[in-house]
Ligand binder design. Sequence first.
Ligand code: 3PY
Ligand code: MG
Length: 258
Amino acid sequence: MRSIADFSKAFRSNELLVGTFVKTPDPAVFEVLARSSLDFVVLDAEHAPFDRRDINICVLAAREGNLPVIVRVPSGDAVWLQQALDVGASGVIVPHVRTPAEAQDIVRLSHFGPGGRGYAGSTRAADYTRRNIPTHLEISAKSVIVIAQIEDNEAINHSFDIAAVNGIDGVFIGPVDLSISMGKTSPGDDNVRRAMEQIAADVRRAKKAVGTFVNNSSDIDNYRSLGLGFVLVRSEQSFMLSGADAACSEIRAAQNVR
Ligand code: 3PY
Ligand code: MG
């Protein structure tokens, strides 16, 4: 059975983990998805309007359902990383990582240590003072997942070095931004596919987890052969739209109404 406690180990082992993006800043969405068979969710604070309070309450809702939640922060800024981790996210995804130096910064700021994440024992992550300092340091070091998102043309040739940074647990390939940065309009473009294959192979060579975004299950076959582990399939908005459209089509078809 899925659990927050097992998530980091499964993630680092590059197991097939199926997640989705959540775009609606409401805890009920997380409560509902905690009842699904998803392995984890990504709270999208990069492209959806989650403020600090929203992140707090939505992570709480996910945790109550034992659903691991990763926060995609808008940037690798120390404030965003610390906030996401203090409220108890299982990890972070940082968009547009282009160089190993950026990856090193993200790792440092996501973990306690010199020049790193600021410490407070009063956070949900520290069990509201119930965890002492050595225990919180130890648990955080073991459990916090740091994911670099590679989605820029200029990052492709750095993908091995980014993935190899000590403390980077995985790389998420962003197919849409990658396409656009390569001057293409579709992840189905041959050059984009080749770039994604190269990134996936580089990340596996660095022995880190690799994942991407897919629109449907048939997209995944191509990447699984390259060692792709975690996958983000669509979003709760997309599930609502396709569910609503399918229900309407079914009724109209049954009633012979267009
Ligand atoms: C991209 O494809 O650019 C992404 O960020 C996926 O969410
Ligand atoms: Mg993107």
